[in-house]
Design a protein around this ligand. Structure first.
Ligand SMILES: CC(C)(COP(=O)(O)OP(=O)(O)OC[C@H]1O[C@@H](n2cnc3c(N)ncnc32)[C@H](O)[C@@H]1OP(=O)(O)O)[C@@H](O)C(=O)NCCC(=O)NCCS
Length: 177
């Protein structure tokens, strides 16, 4: 197993067309259907990073800014931002296009967390990430704080143990002084 990988190693892009069975009575893509597509694409990205079976551990807040319509295409782009021990944060960006009209709009972004597991479902170590571009470095840096927030929300971390968040708030306060 490689000890380190780049975000580009886990890059996945997939395009689907919104079909009648995917829509609500307003002919808009159902939110749950989009979440399903996001989960699949993000899981493939986490698999590419870890070369393991992965399970979805959590999905951060998802806000839908725009609803893709019947006949539009939906493109989903994902890559791993940071790997911890067995878990990986995946950033996913979704946009929709009406190709005949030539319009394109970002519908939403989200962070998924996947855990690599062995054949018995036990978490297993994954390679670290080495960010390369400025945006990858920014996502990598923020991942530590996002991890602490989601572990606290899941009742898996006590607020006093969220060291990176404490440091961020300390830095923020000293910048205001
Ligand atoms: C996710 C799962 C493997 C964690 O197993 P566990 O025995 O609790 O393992 P641990 O406590 O050692 O945690 C393993 C990793 O998961 C991470 N994790 C666990 N719950 C998490 C959550 N809610 N959000 C983010 N990360 C989480 C931990 O931080 C840890 O990360 P690290 O190894 O990088 O430090 C286990 O809870 C599971 O199998 N859940 C069901 C997953 C599933 O079926 N998803 C689809 C639902 S339909």
């Amino acid at each position: 197993m490689k000890l380190e990988k780049f975000p580009k190693d886990s890059f996945v892009i997939s395009t689907e067309m919104v079909l009648p069975n995917d829509t609500n009575p307003l002919h808009n893509l159902m939110g749950g259907r989009l979440l399903h597509l996001m989960d699949v694409v993000a899981a493939i990205s986490a698999q590419k990073h870890s070369n393991r079976v992965v399970v979805t551990a959590s999905v951060d807040n998802v806000s839908f800014k725009y609803s893709p319509k019947l006949g539009d295409t939906v493109t989903l782009e994902a890559k791993v931002t940071r790997a911890f021990n067995s878990s990986m944060e995946v950033f996913i960006r979704v946009w929709s296009e009406n190709i005949p009209n030539g319009t394109k709009v970002e519908t939403n972004t989200a962070f998924f967390t996947f855990v690599a597991v062995d054949q018995t479902g036990r978490p297993i170590i994954v390679p670290k990430i080495v960010p390369e571009t400025d945006s990858e470095k920014k996502l990598y840096e923020g991942a530590l704080q996002r991890r602490e927030v989601r572990l606290m929300m899941a009742g898996r971390m006590k607020p006093k143990d969220a060291k990176s968040l404490h440091q961020m708030m300390k830095d923020g306060m000293s910048n205001e002084e």
